[in-house]
Write a protein that binds this ligand. Sequence first.
Ligand code: PGA
Length: 307
Amino acid sequence: MIHATLHQLKVFESAARLGSFTKAAEELLITQPTVSSQIRQLTNTVGLPLFEQIGKRLYLTEAGNELFLTCQGIFEKLDNFEMKVADLKGAKQGRLRLSVVTTAKYFIPKMLGSFLNLHEGIDISLQVNNHDVIQTRMLGNKDDLYVLSHLPSDLDLIAQPFLENPLVVLAHKDHPLAGRKNIPIEELNNQPFIMRESGSGTRQALQTLFAQHGVNVKVKLELGSNEAIKQAIAAGLGISVLSKHTLISQCTDSEVVILDIQNFPIHCRWYIAHLAGKELSVIAESFLQYLLTQNPPLRSPNLGMAY
Ligand code: PGA
């Protein structure tokens, strides 16, 4: 491999990640014949095929897959090195890759804004997804840091809780249960309900609570967006359970109220997390510290996870 060039590895990594020579050429601003020839030379150096074409699709061979993982490690280390050099020169430069759950979008952009004001040379890639997608991204080591409220038990993570994220029952302001106090959870039985999609941490937390209390709601609608759910509640289509943080001032919010149901709110907290073996870049480390300075880590055990 000593004869392989960094450029060849860059071209290969791009083609492998994008699954296409054409897209790699577009990304790297080179021609497709250049991509083909760089990968041909790299294949000769390795001595085994790196890709195989089945129909119109391009697949990595076993050797290709190993090389892809190796390249990701190399480029991550080089990125980190560049960021360290910039830091030594007195500037923070480079990319912060952040993946957050759907509810974190209500506060993370603001925090990123003030962080960027301090460090203008930083680029941000922010992915907003549900818990299942975040877990898949964690498995693929796609991001520097993750913000989520339900930590996967089968991944080795370093995580710190930093903000309460209570899940509350929301209904239209004219709903018969609106305004009543201390309503037994059983009264939710057979209520028309709007549920988040499977893979959502909110849904998982709720289903666990309902199972504990033998509650069966009537799922009328399944939606993959907290905002769409609020619109549906405002339109009188049913009740739902969402993070309290989704209630920011918007016209639908005046139509939506929190119901005082026993066993609610479900006490969740947001965590900032990263893979245990990951060497955090200078920028990821500074954002982590910045976030924890703005929101001192939650230490009190009184609001443990309710599921
Ligand atoms: P979800 O997570 O989008 O997977 O439901 C939201 C949250 O945990 O606040």
